[in-house]
Design a protein around this ligand. Sequence first.
Ligand SMILES: Cc1cc2nc3c(=O)[nH]c(=O)nc-3n(C[C@H](O)[C@H](O)[C@H](O)COP(=O)(O)O)c2cc1C
Length: 308
Amino acid sequence: MKPRILVLYYTQSGQLRDILNSVVHDIKHEAEIDFVNYEPVKPFPFPWTAYTFFDAMPETVERIPSEIKPLPDQVMNKNYDLVIFGYQPWFLNPAQPVTSFLKSKWASILKDKPVVTVVGCRNMWLHGQEKVKEDLQQAGAKLVGNIVLTDTYPNLVSLLTVIRWAFKGQKEASGLLPAAGVQDQDISESKRFGHPILTHLQQNRFDSLQSDLLQKGAVNLKPGLVLLEQRGIKNFRYWAKFIREKGGPLDPNRKARVKLFQRLLMLGIFVLSPLSSLTASVKLQLKKKSLMRDVDYFKGIEYEKGRI
Ligand SMILES: Cc1cc2nc3c(=O)[nH]c(=O)nc-3n(C[C@H](O)[C@H](O)[C@H](O)COP(=O)(O)O)c2cc1C
């Protein structure tokens, strides 16, 4: 009998679905593969307006779930051998619908299952993955592999293109700017991860899957990202709490604080972050050894509380 694989995901633009399609492309005749796209009852807009985008930050960061549409009975009742869980970070945390799924009763489908996470993002995913690791443990699942696809253009270029994509829906290159998101070639080359996953599944031994995936380049991580995320998440936590004091999602009472956050974030990204990357490069030299240990940890699949 062919092994049964469940591919679970949420996507706004379809990028994550393309990535997942590619990951299983080479094994699709050797396994029975079901794609299941879960969705929130109240959808998020795509493209976004600037206000709805920044207003989504506090609940994403505080990880407050909203309702998820039920998963079909035939999916819930089927006994899968492996789950491939695709997700994307928003504001350095699992996207709001991802958190909502992981904290819902439908997450029971993950119980006792080996899980491979597949991340499709701009380039800041470390804290989000730690939260997903926690939630998988909570759901009784076992993380056995992780693949991360990022936009490999320089940080400020990827920020400009992701903004054009989020607010205009335009992924394609225009003017001087390249296409947004994960590069097409990287999506297509993620086919190389299918066979290692299938081989370990057939042998029912996953202990060396992540090292096999890493050998194939499943995770590229620059040490500077650890510092950047540590700083970013602290700020987001502060602002999330401050905004939520005035009300829940889209509450007019919190509008002034959301707008202030929006302005300061843009200032931080485009003015302060080039400056602070100077101080970060000094820190990088001083803390090189401990940062390299962090890089090894984040490339792996173990979970240690409080690493970020
Ligand atoms: C509200 C929002 C916040 C985002 N925050 C991050 C982030 O913190 N880190 C990151 O690498 N990418 C971030 N992204 C990019 C997403 O992770 C993702 O790559 C992109 O939205 C495409 O996903 P899709 O498959 O849902 O269309 C964000 C996107 C949105 C819409």
